[in-house]
Design a protein around this ligand. Structure first.
Ligand SMILES: Cc1cc2nc3c(=O)[nH]c(=O)nc-3n(C[C@H](O)[C@H](O)[C@H](O)COP(=O)(O)O)c2cc1C
Length: 252
C-alpha cells in the first residue's frame, strides 16, 4: 500500500490536542490543499474562516453544542458554502460596458446550493487529509449548524453564505482506534443499486458494538444501526430549511 492510501485508511477523528501550536506555514499548506480540490465549474463556491479570537471561539463552542474542542483546538476552520462571491463577480461582469449580453445572477436555485455544499465538502476533506499528512489530527464539526443563524451573525457572513461545518485541528493528544467502515459489499455495487445485505449489516453491527466496548471500556456497546437511529431521532436541525431560505438558498 502506498503512503497516501495508508494515510487515508488511518483516519480517525481527534478531539484532544496538545498545546503545540500549528505553524503559519502549516496553515498555509492546509488551505492550499483545500483549494486544490476539484470544484464544480471552477466556481470555488466556498470560503474558509480561520477563527482565532478567543472570545469568538468560546462563543462558537457554546453555539456548536458545547463542544470543548471548538474552543481549545489550536486551529478552528469554518467552511462556508459561498455564492455571495459568485453573485458579486457576475454582477460586475454584467455591469461592464459591452458585456450587457450576460444574464444577471439569479439567487435561490437548489442546484447552486448543492454546488456550494459539495465544493466546501471536497475542500474540507482535502484540508483534513493535508493536516493529517503533517502529523496533525482533527475533527469535523457539524455542530456549527446547531445555531446556524447565530454563527452567521458572529462571523459576519453576508447573504448567500452559510456555515456548513467546522474543522478542529491540532497535534493529537489521544490515539483512538480507527473506526471500521461498512463492508464494501454494502456501499459498493457494479452497474446497479444493490439492496441492503442484512447479514453483512448484522455482522458489522456486532463489530462496531465490540469497537465501542473496547473504546469506552465497556461503558457503551451500541451497534451501528442503533447509533444512527438514535442520531436521527434526536438531531434534525429543523431550522435549517428556513435558515437557508432566509440566506437566499433553496427557493426554487
Ligand atoms: C460533516 C461532519 C460533521 C461532524 N460533526 C461532528 C461534531 O459536531 N462533533 C464531533 O465530535 N464529531 C463530528 N464529526 C465526526 C464524526 O462523528 C466521525 O467522523 C465519525 O464518527 C467517524 O469517526 P472517525 O472520523 O473517527 O472515523 C463530524 C463528521 C463530519 C464528516
Amino acid at each position: 500500500m502506498n503512503q497516501t492510501l495508508e494515510l487515508m485508511l488511518s483516519h480517525r477523528s481527534i478531539r484532544k490536542f496538545t498545546d503545540q501550536t500549528v505553524s503559519e506555514e502549516s496553515v498555509k499548506q492546509i488551505i492550499k490543499a483545500a483549494q486544490s480540490a476539484a470544484t464544480s465549474s471552477f466556481l470555488q463556491a466556498y470560503s474558509i474562516i480561520d477563527v482565532r479570537k478567543p472570545e469568538l471561539r468560546s462563543k462558537l463552542k457554546i453555539l456548536c453544542g458545547d463542544q470543548e474542542y471548538v474552543e481549545t483546538a489550536p486551529l478552528f476552520l469554518v467552511f462556508c458554502g459561498d455564492v455571495h462571491r459568485t453573485k458579486v463577480v457576475c454582477d460586475n461582469e454584467a455591469n461592464k460596458i459591452g458585456k450587457n449580453g450576460l444574464t444577471t445572477y439569479e439567487s435561490g436555485w437548489t442546484e447552486t446550493f448543492i454546488i456550494a455544499t459539495v465544493d466546501a465538502a471536497l475542500a474540507g476533506q482535502n484540508a483534513m487529509l493535508a493536516a493529517e499528512s503533517l502529523g496533525l489530527g482533527g475533527v469535523f464539526i457539524g455542530g456549527i449548524r446547531n445555531n446556524a443563524q447565530e454563527v452567521s451573525d458572529l462571523l459576519e457572513l453576508p447573504e448567500e453564505v452559510y456555515p456548513i461545518f467546522g474543522i478542529c485541528l491540532g497535534y493529537p493528544a489521544q490515539d483512538p482506534l480507527v473506526k471500521e467502515r461498512l463492508p464494501e459489499s454494502i456501499v459498493y455495487s457494479i452497474d446497479k443499486y444493490q439492496a441492503l445485505d442484512e447479514q453483512a449489516l448484522q455482522a458489522y453491527d456486532q463489530r462496531i458494538s465490540d469497537y465501542y466496548v473496547q473504546r469506552t471500556r465497556g461503558k457503551m456497546n451500541d451497534t451501528w444501526s442503533h447509533s444512527i437511529s438514535k442520531k436521527f431521532a434526536s438531531e434534525k436541525r429543523e431550522h435549517m430549511l428556513g435558515f437557508l431560505q432566509k440566506r437566499g438558498f433553496l427557493k426554487k
